[in-house]
Design a protein around this ligand. Structure first.
Ligand SMILES: Nc1ncnc2c1ncn2[C@@H]1O[C@H](COP(=O)(O)OP(=O)(O)OP(=O)(O)O)[C@@H](O)[C@H]1O
Length: 358
């Protein structure tokens, strides 16, 4: 186990930023902390780094088995990159990358030649060969973030912590850098925890996704598990688009307090009146993306339903706004209240079948 943080709590005055959080990260993994604003992601990251201390008496942090709870940030051997981690403006790219090494105590400081070699190696690693002499102002946003990453790696950290590393970049650069980071991680396999508020980023990048909500961890798992087997209404609503259906009368077989969800890609569009479909009207068609997205209205209860189908299917169906169709739910997720008042996931394809009958 590379990181083991147990029973961490943190209060800022009356606000609980973390409430008894336990996080385990295996060596070499790329882990995403994702959750709404204020859920405690940054606080957890800062506590791992040693920039913030947990509540007195709460919890313990171990890196590779060693208890680092009492160690200050410089002694924890973590590399950090933040959203607005300003590079030193008056230093060249090379000097920025070398910074952590040049400020080491004389006995620990590598020789000049060794620093040079290290900087070249890092420039190559982050694919900025030849740009070492430039100033940060002469680089693009994405290049600057890669310099920040190289600077974080220069000290040979045991763990890499990234707080919204692509947050300040535009969508295209962000996507490119995301892919680049995944590839980069494959090549160095350094245990990495990154904070993002972007679900898609978490699902696309991470080996393991940690979903946070209100100072606690709501669910941990590989991307697909978190997406396909959400353990709570919160997780299903937070991780990707979802339709919440009216329970009770409107959905045969469900009880009024149940919560029913259908992902847009689990909504099938069929011809109007087809057996086993629900009557609906097409309100909007969005066809400008890689998938076709539709907003529909169920005729029986005026419920709005989002559907996502392939572009090929959308083109084939030749739909237009106002048209009536039949919709079918392939898969429904139902959360039922348990006796203790918790919400429990019941996979319920029978319900989908009975609901589709109208
Ligand atoms: N230094 C601080 N002083 C007071 N309250 C704080 C401080 N830092 C964080 N908080 C509070 O702790 C809670 C968790 O904040 P945190 O920054 O960890 O959330 P987050 O999930 O990273 O949010 P965001 O996505 O908006 O960055 C919030 O309610 C926040 O207002």
């Amino acid at each position: 186990m590379s990181i083991l943080a147990t029973n961490i709590s943190k209060h800022f005055g009356p606000t609980a930023a973390l409430d008894d959080v336990t996080l385990e990260v295996e060596s070499g993994q790329l882990v995403a902390l994702v959750g709404p604003s204020g859920s405690g992601k940054t606080t957890l990251l800062r506590i791992l780094a040693g920039l913030e201390t947990p509540d007195p008496g709460s919890g313990e942090i171990r890196f590779h088995g060693e208890n680092v709870s009492g160690l200050p940030v410089q002694k924890r051997q973590v590399g950090m990159v933040f959203q607005h981690y300003a590079l030193f403006r008056h230093l060249s790219v090379e000097q920025n990358i070398a910074f952590g090494l040049t400020v080491k105590k004389r006995v620990e400081r590598p020789t000049r030649t060794a620093i040079r070699a290290k900087v070249d190696e890092l420039l190559h690693l982050v694919q900025l060969d030849g740009l070492g002499k430039r100033l940060p102002s002469q680089l693009s946003g994405g290049q600057r973030q890669r310099v920040a990453l190289a600077r974080a790696l220069a000290i040979e950290p045991r763990i890499l912590l990234l707080d919204e590393p692509f947050g300040a970049l535009d969508a295209k650069v962000r996507k490119d850098l995301r892919r680049w980071l995944r590839h980069f991680h494959e090549s160095i396999k350094l245990t990495t925890v990154f904070v993002t508020h972007d679900q898609e980023e978490a699902l696309e990048l991470a080996d393991e996704v940690v979903v946070m909500n209100r100072a606690r961890i709501a669910q941990v798992g590989p991307p697909q598990a978190v997406f396909d087997r959400p353990e709570s209404p919160f997780v299903i609503e937070f991780m990707g688009n979802v339709n919440r259906l009216e329970a009770g009368m409107a959905a045969n077989g469900s009880r009024p307090h149940d919560q029913l969800y259908v992902r847009p890609h689990d909504v099938e569009i069929r011809p109007q009146g087809e057996h086993g479909t629900l009557p609906a009207r097409v309100l909007h068609i969005f066809s400008a993306g890689s998938a076709g997205r539709l907003t529909l209205e169920r005729l029986t209860n005026r419920e709005l339903i989002e559907a996502e189908i392939s572009r090929a299917e959308l083109d084939e169906l030749q739909l237009s706004a106002g048209q009536e169709v039949g919709i079918r739910f392939r898969h429904i997720r139902l959360f039922a209240k348990t006796a203790e008042g918790r919400q429990e996931l019941v996979e319920n394809d029978e319900l989908a079948h009975s609901l589709n009958q109208g």
